[in-house]
Structures are given as C-alpha cells and as structure tokens.
Ligand binder design. Structure first.
Ligand code: TPP
Ligand code: MG
Length: 567
C-alpha cells in the first residue's frame, strides 16, 4: 500500500531513509539488478533523484560501481536482491577489494521478522560478504538506516578505499520511520583519515629522497586515481624522484612497465605510497630490491608498514593528506633538476620493449613461411587501434581505455602502454571478464571520452549481454574483441607444461561477437584482414558517436604475450 505521504515523497519509510542518505552523500547513480526485496528502494531512489542503471547480472552491477569509484573518487553504489542475487555479486566484490575501490554493495534481505524460520531466499549475507569487505552489517532498526548508510559510505573511503556491504531486510525497508530519525545523520562524504601526518616523518622522507643517488617512488592501484596521480606527478617533479605505478597482476613483469624492474632493483631509496610489500614487489626482498635499498613507507594501515622489510621512515596516514604534507614541506621546485641522469635512465627502461622475442618479432603481420597460423597478430591489430585512437586524441578527443586480462589484454598493455589516470587496465587481482561493464560505467562517468574496451573472446563473454545495457542506458562504448577462439593464456600454459596436443578443454568456437552486438541493439564489425581493420574501427567509432555500442570482432592469431608465464 502506498500512502499519500509516500506518493509525494514526504512520509518516511526505511527505503526513503536509505535513498535520502545516499542522495545527501552525493550519490547520483546506482548500478543494480532488481528483486522483490528492493523494489521499495527503486521507488524511493527514483523519488530522491538517484538514477538506476539496471544490468543483466549482479556481477556487472558491482563491476560498474567499481569502475565508477575508480574514476570519480566517489563511492560506487550497487544494489542487488537477496540470497542468490547477493551471492552472484560476490565474485565481482572480491575484485573491487584488490582494486582498492570504494564500493558499497546494498543487498535486499529476507524479512528480519522471519529470521531463522526459513523465509524465501534467507541466507547469512553479511557472513558471506565479510571476508571480502572491511565492513558488513545487516540493518535491523528502520530508524538507524540513514546513519548506517552514512557509516557504510565513510567506511568505504577510509584509508586506502575498499568495498563494504549492507544488507537491507525487506521489512526494515518497508517499515515507517519517524521523520526525526531520518535526518541529522552525518553525510557520507570523503572520510577524514586519522590525524595529520607526522611532521618529522614528512621531513625525513624528503631528506632521504633528496640525499639518495637513485630514489624511486612506487604507488599501488590507487596511483591510477586522478587525485593521487596528480600529487604523485607533483612530488616526482619537486623531489626529482621518478615514480611508477605497480599494480599489474604479473607484478614487475607488467608489459607496460618495459624493463622498469631493473630500475627498482637499482634504487637506493624506495618510497612506497600505499604500495604493499606483496608478491608484486617480490616481498620487498632481493633480487627485486637491492639488498641495501632503504625503504620509506606511507600507508594508512599500520599493519602494512614493514611487513617484510622494515621501513626506515613510516608515515601512517591517508595517502592524499600524506602527499599534501610532503608537497607543502617540499616547497616550490625544491628538487627540480635533481637526479636528471637517473630520471632519464628510469624513463628509458620504462619505455623499453617488455622482454625480448615475440614482441620484437611481431611488428609485421607477415604470415610465417611454412604453416601460417590463422588470424592477425595481436601486435599488428593493436597498432592499427593505437593509430585510430591517436588520431582522435590529436583531434582533441579524450579516450578512456579499459583493458581486460588474458593474452590479448597483455598485448594491449605492451602496445598501447595505457598510463592516463582515467584508463582502467589489467585489474590487480588478475581477474578477467570486467572490461565491458567497466567500460559502460566509465562512459557514464566520463561521457566526453571515447571509451574502448579491449578483451579476449573468453573475457568478453563473461558479461557480453551488457551490450544491451549499454544500448539501453545511453552508454555507447567500443569493444575490440581479440577472437582467437581460445582461452589463450591457459591454452599456451597447457602447451608449455604438458606438451603440444595436450590443450585440454580450452578451445572456444570462432563465435561471432559482432553478430551478438547487432542482435543487442549495437553495431558489429568482423575483421579478418589487417587492411580491413582501420575502416571497420572508423565505422564502429562512428556508430559509438551516434549513440550505439559497437563490437569489432577481430580474427586473432593466438600468440603468448611478452610477459606470458610470469606468474
Ligand atoms: C575470473 C577469472 N577466471 C579465470 C581466470 C583464468 N584466466 C586467465 S586468462 C584466461 C583466458 C583468457 O582468454 P581470453 O579472454 O580469450 O584471452 P586470450 O588469452 O585468449 O587472449 C583465463 C581463463 C582469471 N584470471 N579470472
Ligand atoms: Mg581468447
């Protein structure tokens, strides 16, 4: 029953309290898959002016919220139904954690009034989510919903960002809430981190960088966020210490880092900015770091400091306040011009081709003598794509790249070297499949940018139906599918480990993903010859500019990437 008050938006239900708390915190859009437990919230969100992007799978809704968070610095909010809807969301939620993305997963929940009695879709939802998130609760009191949502939003942004979860029982959402209880909650804006950075530690970090012969700054996934990226650039310019972002699942074997591993091994002072001492950094031990390398560390989590190698100086603080303090203390251009030769050496190592062999051999797409392998070489394909995108950049258009995993993704990383803060590349957890939902959210977050998702045929298939979401929700993106009719990464590993002919179960059909696009309201192109690629890309980009998602399905030769086998 809808009361008159609810119709005009004045009477307060639990759902209205949740919607208002989100709107007050600046949430403009939630990514969702519906279910009867959350329909009251659909109603309330609409009244509160919060848009709903309805996806085709709960995992896609989480991926979209994740990409939104990474690109905007806001909390990405996703809303799913109880039980199986919640369970479907969890795999993608794990990825948001490793990607350091501030995601709030709101899930409908069986009625609290029937707890333990076998209600429809009853499940220990918070218990399921807890290992993947930093905060998980089940709402129990309608009057506490507004403050609870605000708490959840703050928890997601605290320190290094991460996912949180709030389960919303259907009877709590639909209960009346006294008007007074709805207001007055703290808003869910950016969280203040604990205390100001210690001034002595700030000075010590600057002195250590200034006194080093080969100082280097390493950031983790958060280094790709626009706000942090800009501060790292500034700190690098003022201290003279080059900086690198190290978040690729293959660690320093990241094809986009070229031979930067040699720079890391040569550094005599290393400043870790939210970069954990994990496997990507060789657990901060030789040979990845020089035995005598002095370590400085900034991290909001006390327990991350000195995890494997002690930090000579540590700043336990939020990354943004810590960098602001360093920049303020460094003053204008204090170290500009310092370490010039070292900077040039790091830049050259970073720009060098990643690994020898296949990349160098692959520049031309000439079929090898003897038995030519079918399909186009990924290096050649990505070269044509790079030219098309460079033309757009020269014409003043912004481009947002979303690169998935798999061999095609690694080739893209090597060939396109995506480094703009708005690019979403090779998710740190090593998961695959996110490119299309990421691209849809990226397009909504940055409508001015031409958004290009790059994925293998396997990865693309995970969420291929989100093409329909893209068409329906005015989020036209271009997807370039490297179609080698295989789960290439795994297939190459099988050949290497078990011998030719032992590639068990990892073939795919040479399916036509362009035809899928056409069936789902988009534009499709299928390419077999290199000369046909550029015109196909131009037609696809024109379709995107006209508001339709597009897929360019490229018949690809299955070739291991330069960093293949690094894990
Ligand atoms: C969620 C997830 N499932 C499985 C894997 C293992 N995996 C990594 S790469 C890959 C194959 C990718 O195939 P495709 O997307 O077609 O790219 P290709 O390597 O063929 O270029 C698989 C199955 C993973 N990393 N993440
Ligand atoms: Mg493939």
């Amino acid at each position: 029953m809808v009361s008159g008050g609810e119709r005009d938006g004045t009477a307060a239900t639990g759902a209205a309290a949740v919607a208002r708390a989100l709107a007050r915190a600046g949430v403009r859009r939630v990514f969702s898959l519906s279910g009867n437990q959350v329909l009251s919230l659909y109603e309330a969100l609409d009244r509160a002016g919060v848009a709903i992007v309805h996806t085709r799978h709960e995992g896609a809704a989480v991926h979209m919220a994740d990409a939104w968070a990474r690109l905007t610095g806001e909390v990405g909010v996703c809303l799913v139904s109880a039980g199986p809807g919640h369970a479907n969301a969890l795999g993608a939620l794990a990825m948001a954690g490793s990607g350091e993305a501030a995601v709030l997963l709101l899930s409908g929940h069986a009625p609290l009034g029937r707890a333990g009695q076998g209600a429809f879709q009853e499940m220990d939802q918070a218990g399921l989510a807890r290992p993947l998130v930093r905060w998980a609760e089940v709402a129990t009191a309608p009057a506490a919903l507004g403050p609870l949502v605000a708490t959840a939003l703050r928890a997601a942004q605290r320190g290094i960002p991460g996912p949180v979860h709030l389960s919303l029982p259907v009877d709590v959402l639909e209960a009346a809430v006294p008007a007074v209880a709805d207001g007055g909650a703290a808003d869910g804006g950016a969280a203040a981190d604990d205390g100001p950075p210690d001034a002595a530690a700030v000075r010590a970090v600057l002195e250590a960088l200034g006194g080093a012969a080969r100082p280097l700054i390493l950031a983790g996934a958060a280094g790709g966020r626009p706000a942090l990226h800009a501060r790292l650039e500034a700190l690098s310019a003022r201290s003279g210490a080059p900086w690198l972002r190290l978040d690729h699942p293959r660690g320093l074997a990241d094809p986009a880092l070229g031979r930067a591993a040699e720079a890391v091994a040569a550094a005599d002072v290393l400043l870790l900015v939210g970069k954990r001492q994990d496997y990507r950094l060789g657990y901060a031990a030789p040979p990845v770091l020089a035995p005598g390398c002095r370590l400085l560390q900034i991290d909001p989590a006390f327990e991350a400091i000195g995890r494997h190698r002690p930090a000579e100086v540590a700043i336990v603080a939020g990354l943004l306040p810590a960098l602001d303090a360093l920049l303020a203390a460094a003053g204008d251009a204090a170290g500009a011009g310092a370490h010039a030769a070292w900077r040039a050496r790091v830049a050259a190592l970073r720009a060098a081709p990643a690994g020898a062999g296949p990349e160098a051999d692959a520049v031309a797409d000439a079929a090898p003598a003897g038995a030519p392998a079918p399909g186009l070489h990924p290096w050649a394909v990505l070269g044509v794509l790079a030219d098309a995108l460079d033309d757009r950049r020269r014409g003043g258009q912004a481009v947002c790249l979303v690169v998935d995993g798999g061999e095609f993704g690694q080739w893209a990383r090597a060939r396109l070297r995506p480094a703009a803060p708005g690019d979403l590349v090779n998710e740190p957890s090593g998961a695959i499949g996110y490119a299309l939902p990421f691209a849809v959210a990226a397009r909504l977050a940055r409508p001015e940018a031409t958004t290009v998702a790059i994925a293998g045929d396997g990865a693309f298939g995970f969420y291929a139906l989100e093409l329909e979401t893209a068409a329906r929700c005015a989020a036209p993106v271009l997807a370039v599918v490297g179609n080698d009719a295989a789960w290439g990464t795994e297939r190459h590993l099988q050949t290497r480990r078990y011998g030719p002919g032992r590639e068990v179960a990892t073939a795919l059909l040479p399916a036509r993903y362009d035809a899928l696009a056409a069936a789902l309201g988009g534009h499709g192109e299928h390419v077999e010859a290199l000369s046909a690629l550029r015109p196909a890309l131009e037609r696809a980009l024109a379709a995107v500019a006209a508001g339709r998602p597009a897929v360019v399905d490229v018949r690809l030769r299955s070739v291991p990437s330069p960093a293949a086998g690094a894990l």
